[in-house]
Design a protein around this ligand. Sequence first.
Ligand code: ARG
Length: 483
Amino acid sequence: MSHNQFDKKSEAWSALFSEPMSELVKRYTASVSFDQRLWQADIAGSLAHAEMLQAQDIISSTDLADIQKGLAQVTVEIESGVFEWKLDLEDVHLNIEARLTQLVGDAGKRLHTGRSRNDQVATDVRLWLRGEIDLVIELLAQLQKSLVDTAEKHVDVILPGFTHLQVAQPVSFGHHLLAYVEMFARDSERLADVRRRTNHLPLGAAALAGTSYPLDRERVARSLGMVDAQGRACVCQNSLDAVSDRDFAIEFGAAASICMVHISRLSEELILWMSQNFGFIKIADRFTTGSSIMPQKKNPDVPELARGKTGRVVGHLMGLLTLMKGQPLAYNKDNQEDKEPLFDTVDTLKDTLRIFSEMVGGQVNPATGQKEGGISVNPDAMERAALKGYATATDLADYLVKKGLPFRDAHETVARAVKAAISHGVDLSELPLAVMQQFNAQIEKDVYHVLSLRGSLNERNILGGTAPAQVRAQIQRHKTRLG
Ligand code: ARG
C-alpha cells in the first residue's frame, strides 16, 4: 500500500485477502460507473460527518480543515471532469475517499471514523433522492399550470364525455383537462409525503450496530437539512433498519409509477384525439414524426413513448420490491442494485413531465413573452362528435323527472324517444315537438333547451360538475393553489 492512499479497493481492507479479484468479478461488483452521480451527496455527507467528528473531539481541527480543503479540491476535479474514476475502487465512496487521502494524507483516512459505507450509501441515496423529489414536485406544478391555462382557454368547448368509450354525456374540454390536474396534484402530495420519510439520517448506524464513538447524529442531521416541519432532527432510530431498508426508494418508485400511469392515460387520450377518426386536437409538429413510407403521416411519438415508458417505470418498481423481499437484516450487497432503477425512474419521470408541460401548454416565445405551440383544439369536431351519440338523453330523462315522472319511467320513455330518433336518423333535439309529445304529453317547447349541448352542460352546475361556471371556479382554485 502506498503511503497516503489506496489505489485498489482491496487496499481499503486488504491484509486478509490472498488473491486479487478477476476482471470479471471486479466489473460485476463495481457500481462506480453509475453511482458516481451520487458524488455531491457523498461529499455533503462527508463534510457534515467530519464537522461533527471535530466538534465531538474525535478528530482535530487541523484534520477537519484538511478534509474540507481536500473535498473542495475533489469537487473542483469532478465538476471539471478531470477526476479519474477507477473501477478498481468499486464505488463512488471509495473513489472519493481515496482521492481525498491522496490529496491530504492521514486526515483523509480519519474521515471514515465511526462510519461504514453501509450508512454512508444509505445517506447518499436519501440526500440525492430528496433533491430529485423537489425537482419532480416543481415539474408537476409546471405541468398542472400548463393544463390549467389550456383548460381556461377551452371552458366553453364541448366534447363528448365517454364511458366505455361510448358517447355518454357532453362535457367541457376545460373540465376534462382539469381531471388530470387533480391527478397530478395528488401525485405531488404523494411525493411530498415520500420526501418526509426519505429525509431521515442513517449515518451513525455504521455497519449495522451503531458505533462506539460518541457521534452526535442529530447535529449531522441538522447540518444536512434532515429536519421535520418543526425543525427537529430526523434520525433513523434503529441502526439495522437504517442501513438495510430501501422502502423510501420503493415508495418513490410507487409514486412515480402512479404519476406515469396518469401520464399514460393522458397520452392515450391525446393519441385518440389526434387520430383522423376523432380529429379533436393537434399537437405541435415537433412532438410528432413522419413515416418513412407513408408521406401523409404525422405520428404522435411523444405520447406513445410516454405510454411505453410507463411500463419501464412500473418495471423498476417491481425490480425494487423484488430486490428487497428476500433480504435478511441488515445490509446486503443486493442493495447496490437499487440505484439504476431509481436513477432511471427519476430521469424518465423528469423528462416526461418536462415534455408534457411543453406539449400541452406550449413554450414561451422570448420575442412576445407569450406561450406558443401547445395543444390546438378543433371545437367543431368535438361538438359534432358530441352530437352523434344522443349525449343529452339523460337530460331528457331529468326533464321528465322534474315534471313528476319517476326516474325509471322517464328512463324508459327516453329510450323509446332515442329509438325513434335513430330510426329517423336525427338527433333528439331534432325531433319535432309533436313527435316528442307522443312519448309524453307533458313535454313542452322548453325541452329543446335541455336537449342542446350547452343546455346540458349548464344544468350540471354542482360542485365538481361540468357546468362552465363550475369549471371557471375550479380554474380559479387551482390558480390560487399553484401560485
Ligand atoms: N456500493 C455499495 C452500495 O451501493 C456501497 C455499500 C457497500 N457496502 C459493503 N459492505 N460492501 O450498496
